[in-house]
Design a protein around this ligand. Sequence first.
Ligand SMILES: [Fe+2]
Length: 422
Amino acid sequence: MKLEDIMSQVAKSKKVVGGIKHIIAVSEYFFWPNVTPFQDVIEGPGSSARAVEILKINNCKKALIVTDKVLVSLGVLKTMTDAMDAAGFPYAIFDGVEPNPTIENIDAAYALYKSEGCDCGVAVGGGSSIDCAKVALCNAARPNLTAEKLGRAMGYFPVTFAGKQKKVPFLMAIPTTAGTGSESTVAAVMSNVRTDQKITVSDTAMRPKAVILDAALAAGLPPKATAETALDAFCHCLEGYINRSHNPRADEYAIRGMRLVKENIDRAYNNGKDLEARQALCQAAYFGGQTLNFEFTGYVHPFCHKLGAKYHLVHGRAIGSVLPIILEEYGDLTKSRLARAGVLVGISDPKANEDDQAKQIIEWIRNYCRTYGIPEFIPEIKDEHLDEIADSIMLEMIIYPTYAVYDRQEIFAILRKIRGDK
Ligand SMILES: [Fe+2]
């Protein structure tokens, strides 16, 4: 029996899954904050010029820049590479990252890293480039494992548990969108195009050692993509905040991240060159990533991962359709945390009762989607795909510490709501 089959069987048992999640939630609280490696963070418009300084003080000799062709053609790397050229710091560029990086992208990046004799990586781009670089550099510590093998093993702790974390090369992440928060997380998502599957790979050693949050790099992001990525950041904060694994530090990140989205999205959407608002969204995405490190996602992301891979949907667009429906499904299980988040972020009325406060934050998300053109439903979902989608969700959900545990039929019902069935 394949690992996926075994885990799918386990996922069918609510009792077992609930127990696993409780153990994870407790262990997260005590354990995770102490083992997540620290990273250096530099912020401010134009700060990508300082990448070379960071590489030098970390004794790096040659960098593999991992990015995509669009960013290269738009000149987004220029500030950074000009500074590297001026300092005589050598680098090679891998610009073959596709959206939702494939296993083949990762293998190609790692091959170039080796053939060019690099000793560090700089990921420049959205979550796809950063995730691609994370897994490629982990491969350097486990050269006997391909990206596909990492994925087949569900990828949990493939480096640290093998005692190879010190062999993971130095990685710096420079996000150009403010959404995934991948620059601060210990996880990466890659795609298997043969199975329409997104695979999460997770290891504390995967966390970039340095981050540059440079709002100037996001100035050209179109309004719609700005709204989609910011909603993703908001969702990371909220999903973590209402999970079982409450953690005081992560709760702080979550509330700050959501507040930054709420207070800055309108400015960034209407004027992409508003670097103050852009910088705030960069911070929000970073806080979202920090929240995920400690508190994980809930059901929203497994739904969006599979629906995004199956129907080729932009992640933030899928989030917009799935998030409010999942929050309503949770109902009383997360009501008080949801209400609390709504009040602290300044969305919900502090004088209202808890029911209304929880409803107000859900309505705020729906209004966000209407305002910024994110569709309410995903009509592409087909009946004949329901089983396959549910398998993927149950498999991914095993480790996420949610209060709710849904079986196959309940997931089908949620999928029909996401499709917009009356
Ligand atoms: Fe996300």
